[in-house]
Design a protein around this ligand. Structure first.
Ligand code: GLY
Length: 401
């Protein structure tokens, strides 16, 4: 398809490129932007760049309040990316001329019944063991911060370092930054990976055009494992994890409805409410293993609204403006797969599961370093794809670099 005015900008838009990124979601775009900044001739293949899971995501930057047992290693990467966020946003907004909706509002995580409070106490203990800043508040203190909370709130955690960004604006800013940095866009579906003499050599597009590249990056979210042409053992073990999300509007007469992100345990269920400065209020999210299904169900919307109403009764007064479902790219250990694979010339940037928005800055940095310098930075080494194919790793280590 040659519909894009971005194509044909330079001689031979079939490449060869230094870097060809498959997938134009926020992970693919940040990889392309950072690669182009390193002087690599870069292209992105995607029928609808700027789309993907970021179109649904709420945009919490919740390294501390979304911490889970067994994910302490991932915490290091999440914190590294959270620390990069302010400078990343400043640079991206300057490069694109677009606002990203980044808001340093902090987060309050609350509990609704006694079991929820016990659970939150355990999270607090884990946070403290991990050296994270988090303050326990009584229910009354929670309501003093957020007066719209229900009187039944039993206690909570105040985490001033967990912020938010608007993922749709983030994607739009990355798209513009890529265009301005000279990234070429091929608005078509990737049909197949080309492998020549045991090396990734580029992509065949849906209508048969061939793009040649020195290095190909698979950043297609939950679809990353399905690209035809991937040799055995190289396809990433990612799967779709469905999330249903609601968007409401806070009319001016109710503002400020909430002043910060509120996460909650509501009788064992997880819920979050993310208030934007423009009046949007995002309520999420379900977590469902439903394959590729993206239907918004009555049950999903009911559960979200039921729990949101119990947490913030006034929410039923607000206009409901959007319901949507997206697919998180889940991996076996809930952490991303970053960097080179056992197939020379093929890299992965996928499997970000619940943390794609948070991990965007660090992913761009480490992928561009791997592509430009041939070396994955230290912070990303625990997350190489080789952790899921130990045999390939030992072969790789025996070979000279
Ligand atoms: N990080 C929020 C979610 O995955 O629903």
């Amino acid at each position: 398809m040659r519909s894009s005015h971005h194509e044909g900008r330079s001689a031979g838009d079939g490449g060869p490129y230094d870097v060809l990124v498959v997938g134009g979601g926020i992970i693919g775009l940040v990889t392309a932007w950072r690669s182009a900044q390193r002087g690599l001739r870069t292209a992105v293949v995607d029928p609808d760049p700027g789309g993907g899971a970021a179109r649904v995501a709420a945009g919490m930057l919740a390294a501390v309040t979304e911490l889970h047992y067994g994910e302490e290693l991932l915490l290091g990467l999440n914190l590294a990316s959270a620390a990069r966020y302010p400078a990343f946003v400043a640079e991206l907004e300057e490069a694109s001329g677009r606002d990203t909706g980044f808001r340093t509002c902090g987060t309050l995580a609350v509990a609704l019944d006694a079991d929820d409070r016990a659970h939150l106490r355990e999270l607090h203990a884990l946070q403290r063991r991990s050296g994270l800043e988090s303050q326990w508040l009584t229910g009354r203190e929670c309501r003093r911060l957020e007066p719209m909370l229900a009187p039944g709130v039993r206690g909570g955690l105040r985490v001033d370092g967990d912020h938010q960004i608007d993922p749709r604006r983030l994607a739009a800013a990355l798209l513009t930054a890529c265009e301005r940095a000279g990234v070429v866009f091929h608005r078509a579906r990737a049909e197949r990976l080309t492998v020549v003499r045991d090396r990734a050599a580029g992509i065949v597009l849906a209508r048969g055009a061939e793009l040649a590249a020195g290095q190909t990056v698979l950043a297609a979210g939950s679809l990353s494992g399905r690209l035809p042409g991937l040799p055995d053992g190289v396809a990433p073990p990612v799967r779709p994890v469905k999330g249903q999300v609601l968007r409401l509007t806070v009319p001016a007469r109710y503002a400020p409805f909430l002043s910060r992100t509120v996460r909650a345990l509501v009788r064992g269920g997880h819920l979050y409410l993310v208030p934007r400065e423009n009046g949007e209020l995002v309520v999420g999210a379900t977590s469902e293993e439903m394959g590729w299904d993206t239907t918004v169900t009555a049950g999903g919307v009911y559960e979200l609204l039921r729990d949101a109403h119990e947490l913030v009764p006034g929410i039923t007064e607000l206009p409901l403006v959007e319901t949507r479902a997206g697919l998180r790219p889940g991996s076996p250990d809930n952490a991303p797969l970053l960097g080179p694979t056992a197939l020379p010339g093929l890299h992965l940037a996928t499997g970000h599961h619940r943390n794609g928005v948070l991990l965007t800055p660090v992913t761009g940095d480490v992928m561009a370093a791997a592509l430009a310098d041939g070396e994955l930075p230290e912070v990303a080494r625990p997350f190489t794809p080789y952790r899921f194919s130990p045999a390939a790793d030992s072969v790789r280590q025996e070979q000279p670099a």
